[in-house]
Design a binder for this molecule. Structure first.
Ligand SMILES: Cc1cc2nc3c(=O)[nH]c(=O)nc-3n(C[C@H](O)[C@H](O)[C@H](O)COP(=O)(O)OP(=O)(O)OC[C@H]3O[C@@H](n4cnc5c(N)ncnc54)[C@H](O)[C@@H]3O)c2cc1C
Length: 430
């Protein structure tokens, strides 16, 4: 039986960040990953945020395999064949300090794993952790699927991603529910780089994102996305599992529906699908964050439901939670105390960081959309109709048009309903 200071289960952004921070603090650290190498099992849109990544590998942009710096974020509300759009462009995001880059997870995770090994941690691949080992109530290691595969450690960090089997076994988390998890399908569609730049109005090397709502998910709670890579586009769409099952839609129906929309179709024209991927996203929010620690163990990243779906931030919450857990593991081992009280410092620091502050801030959002499903059906339609009426130059005097628009709005949503929606949205979002 080999002994470590810290064992990290899972080689995604949370696990690798935890390992880097533990090993930098002098801990003998191992990451155990079930895939052939870190990244093989992982899916992301994916937009990688500079601020968090820079805390794990300073100036990572100089050598990491990144696709394009994101200089524009667009939002499109789809209704039938129509699209109502808004967005923000800042060419300053193309230079240091970048805001975000598009990435492909396979090369990026592999690179981050190399940085983890360079820092001094060991990575064992093709190995499934099946359970935790206990002495009394204290976690003292892991049981892997290999012969003589028990490994001991003073602290175990669970970074197994959304499928939280070990966290459930350890009685930290509850099994996933269909209303707290979204299923997302993604295609990587190859296109020449010049075509991408033309279609998205970008200069050479620049990148853009588009988030798609309304009919993008057939009104189900979820979102579609298009992100530009160097020579491909990441197209994806996800919806909560519960409405998907209720409406008898398969994940493939979701992406085919999105691809059929004229606004999307044009951007993909002539592209060739190179990869097709599907993955779950934990979307329970603050109210479903599990217990984050107990004697000798901490839970990080997607396993801990640390995902801000409104801002499509997950990788950064994963990295920061991993970093804090790695630091707390090292400090508690150095003090010779890995009790529940020592691990609780992780919870306190996470609450002091943007990670739990943001999730707490949006804690009512899930219920808001659940209780007001019309938000994703009625409003996209009303917005599109209003835009068409207002922007069509057919000789109708504008004052008369404004009156017609108000009439159309109130035919679709009563005054009281409208006021109630604004009040509830205000409460949930601000
Ligand atoms: C389609 C999609 C789009 C997304 N888009 C974005 C985006 O644009 N920006 C963003 O910031 N976030 C995005 N996210 C969220 C982001 O991908 C996650 O929040 C992030 O990957 C979580 O990292 P993690 O390390 O916790 O989990 P993961 O990345 O899932 O890593 C978990 C790792 O643990 C391994 N593992 C699991 N169980 C075991 C076991 N028992 N033994 C050994 N190894 C195990 C897995 O193989 C995997 O490598 C997206 C997610 C999806 C699915």
């Amino acid at each position: 039986m080999e002994n470590f200071d810290v064992i990290v289960v899972g080689g995604g952004p949370a696990g690798l960040s935890a390992a880097i921070s533990a090993v930098r603090a002098g801990m003998k650290t191992v990451v155990i990953e079930r895939g052939d190498y870190p990244g093989t099992k992982n899916v992301m849109g994916g937009i990688l945020y500079t601020n968090a990544t820079n805390m794990i590998v300073p100036e990572f942009w100089k050598e990491a395999p990144l696709e394009r710096p994101i200089i524009e974020q667009r939002f499109a509300m789809l209704s039938g064949d129509q699209a109502f759009m808004a967005g923000f462009r800042d060419p300053a995001w193309e230079a240091e300090p970048y805001n975000a880059h598009s990435v492909l997870r396979v090369p990026f995770d592999r690179w981050l794993a190399q940085q983890t090994e360079k820092a001094g941690a060991m990575i064992i691949t093709e190995t499934l952790v099946e359970d935790l080992l206990y002495k009394d109530d204290q976690v003292i290691g892991v049981r892997t699927g290999r012969a003589q595969g028990d490994l001991e450690a003073k602290v175990v960090i669970l970074a197994e991603g959304v499928n939280n089997f070990l966290a459930v076994k350890a009685k930290l988390a509850n099994p996933l529910k269909t209303e707290t998890v979204a299923v997302t399908v993604k295609e990587i569609i190859a296109l020449p780089k010049e075509t991408i730049e033309d279609r998205f109005c970008l200069e050479k090397g620049q990148g853009a994102t588009i988030e798609l709502y309304g009919d993008a998910t057939a009104g189900m709670m979820g979102v579609g996305f298009i992100y530009t890579n160097r020579e491909s586009i990441s197209l994806g769409v996800g919806a909560l599992l519960e409405p998907l099952i209720r409406q008898h839609w398969t994940p493939n129906d979701l992406i085919e529906n999105l691809k059929s929309k004229p606004y999307v179709k044009r951007l993909l024209q002539g592209g060739e699908t190179k990869e097709y991927l599907a993955h779950l996203i934990p979307e329970g929010g603050y109210n479903y964050v599990p217990k984050l620690y107990r004697q000798g163990v901490m839970v990080v990243g997607d396993t801990a439901m640390l995902l801000n779906s409104l801002h499509r931030e997950g990788s950064n919450l994963a990295m920061i939670s991993g970093k804090i857990a790695g630091e707390v593991a090292a400090e508690s081992i150095q003090k010779g105390d890995t009790s529940e009280k020592a691990m609780a410092v992780y919870d306190t620091r996470l609450r002091d960081s943007f990670v739990l502050k943001d999730l707490y801030h949006y804690r009512h959002m899930g219920k808001f959309f659940e209780n007001n499903p019309h938000i994703l059906t009625v409003y996209p339609q009303v917005l599109s109709q209003a835009a068409r009426m207002y922007l069509t130059a057919d000789g109708t005097p504008k004052k008369q048009r404004q009156k017609e628009i108000m009439k159309m709005v109130f035919e679709n949503r009563s005054k009281i309903g409208l006021i109630r929606d604004i009040k509830n949205a205000w409460r949930a979002l601000l």
